[in-house]
Design a protein around this ligand. Sequence first.
Ligand SMILES: Nc1nc2c(ncn2[C@@H]2O[C@H](COP(=O)(O)OP(=O)(O)OP(=O)(O)O)[C@@H](O)[C@H]2O)c(=O)[nH]1
Ligand SMILES: [Mg+2]
Length: 355
Amino acid sequence: MDPIQIAFFGATNSGKSTLVNAIAGQDVSLVSALPGTTTDPVRKRIELPGIGLCVLVDTAGYGDEGDLGAQRERLTKAVIDSTDVAVLLRSGHPADDEWESMIRKAALKLIVISSEVEKSHILELISDIVPKDDHKFLTGKLVAKGDLVVLVMPQDSEAPKGRLILPQVQVIRELLDRGCTPVCCTPDSLKSTIAGLKGAPALVITDSQVFKFVNETIPADWTLTSFSILLAAAKGDINVFVEGAKAINALKPGARVLIAEACTHVPDTEDIGRVKIPAMLRKRVPDLEAVIAAGNDFPEDLSHYSLIIHCGACVANAALVRSRIRKALLAGVPITNYGIAIAALQGILDRVSLP
Ligand SMILES: Nc1nc2c(ncn2[C@@H]2O[C@H](COP(=O)(O)OP(=O)(O)OP(=O)(O)O)[C@@H](O)[C@H]2O)c(=O)[nH]1
Ligand SMILES: [Mg+2]
């Protein structure tokens, strides 16, 4: 589903960019004898033989001096969080050990390279280490071949003009691949869509924003879930998120909640994370403080938060969500996500089917 993110780390001039270019078979990154040639992370999507669709990430080297060097190191460290496979080039730099232990602590797959012979076998080393079982279906066991599935997809002001959002596209494509019949409607046409069906669909998948309406509109014995829940299950740990959502009931007046968004976007007036969820929480918890962290700005210190609510991560990969779950659990802070928080807030988490 997600491309496998393979990131290259090492001191400046250790040969990261040269190696990335060799793997890609093209000039992805600038190479020079000058330390500090690569300044920001450089990403290249590429299909690697025997491995599959990958994103290669070349990073700025560590050991660069000054304020700019420190800023580059910060960007390089942020890459660790979304990485599936790290390749560390050891070149005898004093900081090699520190970086190796930092990457090991992040619990991702690691290949340590300390000789030119290893560099020449890099594709085999990557192929041996990449996770092979990552081809999970979003809809999991909820559907089988031949099933009819109703998709409720509001096209409000938040929806991009002229196209569908990625989770909807992914689910429709997957249902077609699995031999199912997706039937799409907006909340306005849900009743007439149901009336046109011969019997109960195998599953109804709704946008979580209209969860309550859909739940009240369809018969109580129909199987219901949401796009966010499917995504949460594919990108993260559904059990941790369901457990985290229970913390909503324990929030005390003045509690601080971290709303973490994987992407950065220009906020909308109907914004789900910045407006809708905080408003729903404040109805239950007086003086609740919602702190927004967008993109890479996930705080290092999570101890001030009573709960973390993460976005559906439609543009981020599972590795990033896993690393955030790990950080939350290490800090002892419950973590959930948008779709599951909304389901919990509307009191229908028990009504939802998990994939
Ligand atoms: N002998 C030898 N030289 C290499 C090797 N890999 C890279 N070089 C040379 O080392 C220098 C630095 O290579 P880069 O690939 O730019 O190194 P980098 O790690 O990307 O460096 P920064 O972007 O500055 O962090 C260049 O002059 C390369 O030609 C190698 O395996 N062997
Ligand atoms: Mg470079």
